[in-house]
Write a protein that binds this ligand. Structure first.
Ligand code: C2O
Length: 578
């Protein structure tokens, strides 16, 4: 048995990345962290600290609340210009022709000419015109780095790492597209998407930086990684400092497997969209699987390794200064629509994946300038159907949907100082007591924890699967890594494997045991700030493939990747959700 003091020591477990940083991230109290995040609190704002828990739409987000963004590169002023007219509420424009968003690699030369012309015009607008390209990039900077506060609140608004990730970016692209269309006076104009999830090996390659972003000065950006220019394939599980590239065929297999694990296996809304974030929440962080990878990974893969924060694409304050940001996000927006076509359940008759139904999400509002320079207030609920917004995506074969890895591996233990493994107890609904015989030897392989020689036996705690829920097909088993703390400013990444104790940073992801990944893009909430989050991964499918459905324990291995700062976490838990 694990004694109580030992258990409490185990509750804060540290593992280190290859670049050792000899300062522990201290666990600060919730109060301390909250105060620290209120960097712009003035005397009067402090008095309002009690008033933060108001509904989002009870006052809306107002440009009045826009202040300097705090980025890893310091404070950046990226607030949009003040509006001279009053805010209008968004209504769907049914007069617009329907627009087709096409893959960049298949665009016709006529279309490309039109696209380049639109960006020329956008870049030529006066600098203080909210439709100007730099102002567009600033919109992303402002919303992404906490320049806005929640209405009547001292809490900064965050649209990354939580349930606003998809709808906010959809709205951002919607207005960006409308502005470009109006500049070339062509209402059929639609943004293209960068189809990096398509691993087709025939020309033109979808999964490389598309030619027009390299050859045309209007679409080119100096701050990219030249090592990643074509024919180099995008690595959807990329992290800076991650060793030599692998062969193209391996890269394609790994990309497909990563897509499968991060999208197909993320069956529940919370897993895929990111966690709920209610007004006034001082801990907004809980990334959806797709935001970690491929979203964050492609950002970093594209940004310049010669710049301190992998500008432009590798850090959010500058990401939208690179024109490739927009097709990158159009693809993520498309993948949101693809995700909704996948079955929520694993076996039975098709049941659809769902949006959040929470009114705090549906009624949340954001402000954008439209093509007529009007400040428009939009709600999340009006962004849920692309057809309503007047566009759709060209159908593309999504090969990764069926790219479920079938190879399982096992092997001898390797003592790697930075890799952390532990046993996690599964609370089984059927209260199975029989120890899975095949697992016995595997448990005994675990006898170490890096750094401090603590035994790895860790009681994962009870789950919350209710006994009366018999619809197994609807229920997803979630591995929760609890109390994860890391530096917002560091490019942190770790991969998660199930029952693969000798996984290391050279282990491919196209193996059954790979459960998913966590990736942080430096996104400062101020220097020295700590992100506290849970990492959540859907593991039902993986456990079934490994024959572990009846197992009492699984072994979870965390493999830090690349060169980044330390992470601490408090423990593991198995949960079930629909
Ligand atoms: Cu708001 Cu891809 O970032």
């Amino acid at each position: 048995m694990v004694g109580e003091s030992l258990l409490s020591r185990l509750l804060v477990t540290k593992f280190y990345f290859p670049v050792q940083i000899l300062c522990f991230l201290l666990l600060s109290t919730a109060t301390g962290r909250r105060e620290a995040s209120l960097g712009l609190a003035t005397g009067s704002l402090q008095q309002e600290q009690q008033a933060w828990a108001r509904p989002i739409d009870n006052g809306t987000i107002d440009l009045e609340w826009c202040t300097q963004a705090e980025t890893p590169a310091g404070k950046v002023g990226c607030c949009p210009p003040r509006s001279t007219t009053s805010v209008v509420d968004f209504v769907h424009n049914t007069q617009l022709p329907s627009r087709l968003r096409q893959p960049v690699h298949l665009l016709s030369s006529d279309y490309i000419a039109k696209y380049i012309r639109a960006y020329e015009l956008m870049k030529a607008l006066p600098p203080d015109d909210p439709r100007n390209f730099d102002q567009q990039a600033n919109v992303h900077c402002a919303y992404c780095d906490g320049a806005f506060l929640y209405a009547n609140s001292t809490e900064r608004l965050h649209i990354h790492r939580n349930w606003f990730f998809f709808p906010w970016h959809r709205w951002f692209l919607y207005f960006h597209e409308r502005i470009l269309a109006s500049l070339i006076e062509d209402d059929t104009f639609a943004l293209p998407f960068w189809n990096w999830d398509n691993q087709s090996a025939s020309d033109p390659l979808p999964n490389v930086i598309p030619q027009m972003y390299l050859t045309n000065p209007v679409l080119f950006d100096d701050f990219r990684n030249p090592d990643h220019f074509p024919p180099r394939l995008a690595d959807l599980n990329f992290v800076p400092g991650d060793g030599a590239p692998i062969s193209d065929s391996k890269q394609r297999e790994e990309n497909n497997a990563l897509m499968y694990k991060q999208l197909v296996n993320a069956r529940t809304t919370r897993l895929f969209y990111g966690k709920e974030y209610h007004p006034g929440d001082s801990k907004p962080d809980g990334l959806g699987t797709i935001e970690s990878a491929p979203h964050n990974t492609v950002h970093k893969w594209t940004g310049s390794s010669g710049k301190p924060h992998f500008e432009d694409m590798g850090v959010f304050y500058s990401a939208a200064r690179d024109p490739i940001f927009y097709p990158h996000h159009a693809n993520l927006d498309r993948l949101w629509t693809v995700w909704k076509t996948l079955p929520r359940n694993r076996k039975g008759p098709f049941r659809p994946r769902r949006d959040y139904k929470d009114p705090d999400w549906l009624n949340a509002t954001f402000l954008f300038y439209d093509e007529k320079r009007r400040l428009v207030r939009v709600r999340v609920r009006d962004a849920l159907k692309t057809e309503q917004l007047g566009y759709r995506y060209q159908d593309i074969h999504n090969a990764w949907v069926t790219a479920r890895p079938s190879t399982a591996v096992s092997g001898k233990i390797q003592k790697l100082e930075s890799v952390f493994s532990t046993k996690v107890k599964r609370p089984l609904k059927n209260k199975l007591t029989r120890l899975n015989k095949a697992l016995g030897p595997l448990f005994r392989m675990f006898s170490y924890v890096p750094l401090n020689n603590l035994p790895t036996l860790f009681s994962g705690g009870g789950g919350d699967k209710s006994d009366d829920d018999d619809d197994d097909d609807e229920v997803e088993e979630i591995l929760v890594i609890q109390g994860v703390e890391l530096d917002y400013n560091k490019a942190t990444k770790f991969d998660v494997y199930i029952n693969y104790p000798n996984a290391n940073e050279n282990t491919p992801v196209n193996v059954v045991e790979f459960a998913g990944t966590f990736v942080n893009v430096p996104n400062s909430a101020g220097k020295g700030h700590i992100m506290e989050t849970e990492v959540r991964l859907g593991i039902s499918d993986t456990l079934e493939q490994l024959g572990l459905e009846d197992a009492d324990y699984i072994v979870v291995t965390l493999v830090p990747r690349g060169s980044s700062g330390p992470v601490t976490f408090k423990g593991f838990k198995i949960k079930y959700e629909t």
